[in-house]
Design a protein around this ligand. Structure first.
Ligand code: NAD
Length: 489
């Protein structure tokens, strides 16, 4: 049997325990690969390799331009293997190949962006207030980075961590989600091919409560960067306190889209769907809370329901498919319960609200795209991150009420405002407590712009200049040009 392995200190090896895990295609629940299942001892070995590569290897002191060239080469190889990677991502997650191809282009773009940034920071000279002295600020790599990623955008989320960590001169151990490791395994092969030295990048495969917990708590790790759910994020924050690690947390979202009556109606309807139904709603920034001005509420709901009925579910490998399955049986059950709870709380199912009855979809983990109307912000279905293809609809009558409803969440990842009144849009944006706000658009992100959340959606920012800075320490260097005793004591 071909068992996919973990990468420790430049060697592809099976785990010490010899345990394995089958990777399942959520479209038909067939096994697509079997991977070795790492344990704490493998994780410790990977951390030791990364520590040695940082403390005794050359990567941190390699000229930044050279590191940039290698990161560019990784982007070249991702572009070379774009289709293979996209198919692997779709097999593993169920999303359409078209979506996965788009992801691969974005991923190559992320590596290129940080490759370009690698040698652009020359530090800073500070005007020293002390006579006969110089003062400068330099940025250095943080050290050994632990990186933990989720299953929804496996390689995209990995790229946001790998590219800046390497560009800044760190070494790392990554743990992808145990259910979607395939594209990460492939990219670690590509990183070796691109010339990343042995021990600089290490990959462990396995569950969060053993492998992830070790990575978060181990004193030889200097930084932990995590993308995933809020409850896991809180555990990691606690574990990371053991040696006061640097911490970057990209957590969940419950993102509102405010639609004013003066918005372009067709665009807003179209974007309200784009906000949620890609990858069956399994997107941290999914616009799952639709907040509509009362005067257009009924017409808007009717228009969106008509379109939702036509969304084609199926295999991600079928070009006519618009929405794939949910990731796992566990997750499907969570979405089923989430909607059932919403119904019990008084929400009305305007469309969807169940698994499809199409016989061809019965082996897959599908849930119908769903709109729940009559929702209010005191309902759990409006407050909890369902992470499925489900929109809740609330109404408002004033601008203040719209902003209040949008902000009524423990999350603060992203949100959208649809209006043709730019002054109104700007007034709302200024009051929205979110890391990203789109005006008349949804879900747009690119490597140059920072990404992250307010409130319990996380700590820190990936992408953009801040995405590199997360992987850097700042050092102030003061030099006395005329040393002589001070004779204070
Ligand atoms: P999850 O929190 O269950 O798992 C994420 C990762 O953490 C996995 O690799 C898992 O194995 C690991 N993990 C689990 N328990 C752990 C522990 N005790 N210690 C260390 N690691 C542990 O999340 P998920 O279900 O894989 O992903 C969905 C979540 O990710 C959603 O909440 C979504 O909003 C969030 N997400 C956020 C962003 C963002 O940019 N803010 C992007 C993508 C996904």
């Amino acid at each position: 049997m071909d068992i996919k392995k973990q990468l420790i200190d430049g060697s592809w090896v099976t785990s010490n325990s010899d345990a394995v895990r089958d990777i399942i295609n959520p479209f038909n629940q067939k096994i697509v690969a079997t991977v070795t299942e790492s344990d704490e001892s493998d994780t410790k070995a990977a951390i030791t390799a990364a520590r040695k590569a940082f403390d005794q290897g050359d990567w941190a002191t390699t000229p930044a331009a050279e590191r940039g060239k290698i990161v560019h080469k990784i982007a070249d190889l991702i572009e070379r293997d774009r289709e293979e990677l996209a198919e692997l991502e779709s097999l593993d997650t169920g999303k359409t190949v078209e979506e996965s191809l788009g992801d691969m282009d974005d991923i190559a773009g992320v590596f290129r962006y940080f490759a370009e940034m690698a040698d652009k920071d020359g530090g800073e000279i500070i005007e020293s207030p002390i006579p006969n002295s110089t003062s400068k600020v330099v940025h250095e790599p943080v050290g050994v980075c632990g990186q933990i990623t989720p299953w929804n955008y496996p390689l995209l989320q990995a790229s946001w961590k790998l590219a800046p960590a390497l560009a800044a001169g760190n070494t790392l151990v990554m743990k992808p989600s145990e259910i979607t490791p395939l594209t990460s395994i492939k990219v670690f092969e590509l990183m070796a091919e691109a010339g990343v030295p042995a021990g600089v990048v290490n990959l462990v495969l396995g569950p969060g409560d053993s492998v992830g917990a070790e990575l978060s708590a181990n004193d030889n790790v200097d930084l932990i960067s995590f993308t995933g759910g809020i409850h896991t994020g809180k555990k990691i924050m606690q574990a990371a306190s053991s040696n006061v690690k640097n911490l970057a947390l990209e957590l969940g979202g419950k993102n509102p889209n405010i639609v004013f009556a003066d918005a372009d109606f067709e665009t807003a309807v179209d974007q309200a769907m784009n906000a949620v139904f890609f990858h069956a709603g399994q997107i941290c920034s999914a616009g799952t809370r639709l907040i509509i001005e009362e005067s257009i509420h009924d017409a808007f709901v009717s228009a969106i329901v008509d379109r939702v009925k036509n969304i084609k579910l199926g295999s991600g490998f079928d070009e006519s498919t618009q929405m794939g399955p949910l990731i796992s049986e566990d997750h499907l059950n969570k979405v089923v319960n989430y909607v059932e709870n919403g119904k019990q709380e008084g929400a009305t199912v305007a469309v969807g609200g169940s698994r499809p009855d199409d016989p061809e979809l019965q082996n897959g983990l599908f849930y119908l795209p769903t709109i729940l109307t009559g929702c209010t912000s005191d309902m759990r279905v409006v407050q909890d991150e369902g992470f499925g293809p489900v929109i809740t609809v609330e109404k408002f009558t004033t601008e203040e009420e719209a902003v209040r409803l949008a902000n009524d969440s423990i999350y603060g990842l992203s949100g959208g405002v649809f209006t043709n009144d730019i002054a109104k849009a700007e007034r709302c944006v200024a009051k929205l407590r979110m890391g990203t706000v789109w005006i008349n658009d949804v879900n747009l992100y690119f490597p140059h712009a920072p990404w992250g959340g307010y409130k319990q959606s996380g700590i820190g920012r990936e992408l953009g200049k801040t995405g590199l800075e997360e992987y850097q320490e700042t050092k102030h260097i003061f030099q006395n040009l005329k040393p002589e005793p001070v004779n204070w004591f």
